[in-house]
Write a protein that binds this ligand. Structure first.
Ligand code: F6P
Length: 345
């Protein structure tokens, strides 16, 4: 029987289990044996995997996280890891792998595919929505909904206490969550990595609101946003050999600058991993299910080195190369809409 291996790599997000379930259902229907590889590329290196059946993947559509586990290692840094992947791929008799992940996972999949070591189809996962070649990655919609609910809750307390509320959301290099949740949550100021922040302008906007009788404000800021003239604290933390940029503290830095410059009482909420936890929205369940089914179809058709994608609400596919070649930054039309209600500069 033909064999497909499925792995989930990189940061987790809601919808991973829906993809696994769809791959197993569609795969079994098409006569494949589906093997779940544990903890991303680690499972392929350590030959840690198990055959998935219908029973094992039942009842997981709405469950957050990934039943397979995940990791953030980069096997391309280590020749022994590459060799182990080559051997275990052959030993298990895989016809192809389905790699579910974001930029880092799909770059690794592409590199292994180009070396001729694996045949692979990618499925785009990213709460940051920064992958090119697809309108949406799954996980993003859930993150936006969670962030929006949090903004709504922080809105009422900000208003009662006449405070500035700074809400730091995820988004290292792109501000998709900030801009979409910010607009949906009625934020007064939205700050994103694509546009360096002018602190004077932020303070002037706040003062102007106060002059108009609005003595509270909601600011949404992406974790990777730069404030002009101020070094954003970040550190470089190795995830099993991969240099992974981690930011922190931009919300605190911004709040201090605002208090120093305006005297307005300011509070910070960092939403962090809450945006990645729990049940996927209906949109993400549907999208990840459609992606999982399409991934099996591509393997059946012998189309490898591709990533399933969403274009004009139709499921399509693109070369993985195209998806990872360039980050998809925030659509400036959305920024213009945000500016109607706030200042993103
Ligand atoms: O890439 C997805 C993401 O959630 C980013 O938005 C965030 O900066 C990063 O992962 C956090 O990674 P970790 O889970 O390793 O802290």
């Amino acid at each position: 029987m033909k064999k497909i291996g499925v792995l989930t790599g990189g940061a987790d997000c809601p919808g991973l289990n829906s993809v696994i379930r769809a791959v197993v259902r569609k795969g079994i229907q098409e006569g494949y044996v589906i093997t779940g590889i544990k903890n991303g590329w680690v499972g392929l290196i350590e030959n840690d995997m198990k055959i998935l059946d219908l029973r094992m993947t039942s009842g997981i559509l709405d469950r957050g996280g990934t039943i397979l586990g995940t990791s953030r290692i980069n096997p391309m840094d280590n020749p022994e890891h590459i060799q182990a992947i080559k051997e275990n791929y052959k030993r298990n008799g895989f016809d192809a792998l389905i790699a579910v992940g974001g930029e880092e996972t799909l770059k690794i999949a592409l590199a292994l595919y180009k070396k001729g070591l694996i045949r692979v189809v990618g499925v785009p996962k990213s709460i940051d929505n920064a992958l090119s070649g697809t309108d949406y990655a799954f996980g993003f919609d859930t993150a936006v909904n969670i962030a929006t609910q949090c903004i709504d809750r922080l809105h009422t307390t900000a208003e009662s206490h006449h405070r500035i509320m700074v809400i730091e959301v995820m988004g290292l290099y792109t501000g998709w969550i900030a801009v979409e949740a910010g607009i949906a949550g009625g934020a007064d100021i939205i700050l994103i990595p694509e546009i360096t922040v002018n602190i004077n302008q932020v303070c002037e906007t706040l003062k102007d609101r106060h002059r108009r009788g609005k003595n509270f404000s909601i600011i949404v800021i992406s974790e990777g946003t730069k404030i002009d003239g101020f070094p954003t604290r970040h550190n470089y933390d190795g995830h099993g050999g991969t240099e992974q940029r981690r930011y922190g503290n931009v919300g605190e830095i911004l709040a201090k600058l605002i208090e120093d410059n305006t005297g307005y009482e300011t509070r910070v909420s960092v939403l962090g991993h809450i945006q990645r936890g729990g049940s996927p929205t209906a949109f993400d369940r549907l999208l990840s299910t459609r992606f999982g089914v399409k991934a099996v179809e591509l393997i059946k058709e012998g189309k490898f080195g591709k990533m399933v994608s969403l274009r004009d609400n139709k499921i399509r596919f693109v070369d993985i190369e195209e998806a990872v070649s360039e980050r998809k930054t925030v659509d400036m039309e959305l920024v213009a809409i945000a500016e109607v209600f706030s200042s993103t500069k």
